[in-house]
Design a protein around this ligand. Structure first.
Ligand SMILES: CC(C)(COP(=O)(O)OP(=O)(O)OC[C@H]1O[C@@H](n2cnc3c(N)ncnc32)[C@H](O)[C@@H]1OP(=O)(O)O)[C@@H](O)C(=O)NCCC(=O)NCCS
Length: 156
């Protein structure tokens, strides 16, 4: 993918027919992926969900967030390995931030593995700050791993 291609990402709402492609990316990206059922339930209960695509790559990544009572929580954000390094994650995160602000959420929270350097760099670039640590939050191959709790105060 060329640098100029970074401008071709399009953001749209996730639809049920995107879920097969989303689950394929999820399985390629995580040791402990969400099931298809979890994605379907997220859409059913009305969580906000987006996919990013471009000509020739129907689903390149996705993000899901819950937004309610003045707070937003980023539940999942993932870009297909073949599409990384070209700004797709930024487009997704910007969509989440814009929607959370639009729905008057004052703060956007997320969890991230301390070892996940690409994700931490992404969130740092958007001004997220570490608020705490959740012990044994994630499963990993050796047992459990802590999560860092990050948040960004949103303009409302
Ligand atoms: C995290 C993720 C969404 C980033 O997607 P992306 O579209 O490739 O994002 P970017 O190209 O903007 O890269 C993000 C940053 O990580 C850096 N990066 C990329 N690979 C890296 C690596 N192996 N080590 C350290 N930093 C790395 C990039 O240089 C960039 O930093 P910069 O903003 O200072 O330039 C993607 O790696 C992913 O889907 N990972 C698996 C799922 C995941 O971990 N999601 C986050 C859960 S909290």
């Amino acid at each position: 993918m060329s640098a100029a291609a970074d401008d071709l990402w399009r953001i749209r709402r996730m639809r049920p027919r995107d879920i097969d492609a989303v689950v394929a990316i999820e399985r390629s990206a995580y040791d402990f992926p969400w099931s298809e059922r979890i994605f379907r339930d997220c859409l059913r209960v009305g969580y906000r969900a987006w996919v990013v695509d471009r000509p020739g790559l129907e689903v390149a990544g996705y993000a899901l967030a819950s937004i309610a009572v003045g707070e937003a929580h980023l539940l999942n954000l993932c870009v297909a390995p073949v599409a990384r390094g070209h700004g797709a994650s930024s487009r997704l995160l910007e969509a989440v931030i814009a929607q959370a602000s639009h729905e008057r959420a004052g703060e956007l929270f997320l969890e991230v593995r301390p070892s996940n350097k690409p994700a931490r760099r992404l969130y740092a670039r958007y001004g997220f700050q570490t608020r705490g640590r959740r012990p044994n939050y994630y499963p990993n191959r050796r047992g459990r791993e802590d999560a860092l709790l990050l948040s960004k105060v949103l303009p409302i």
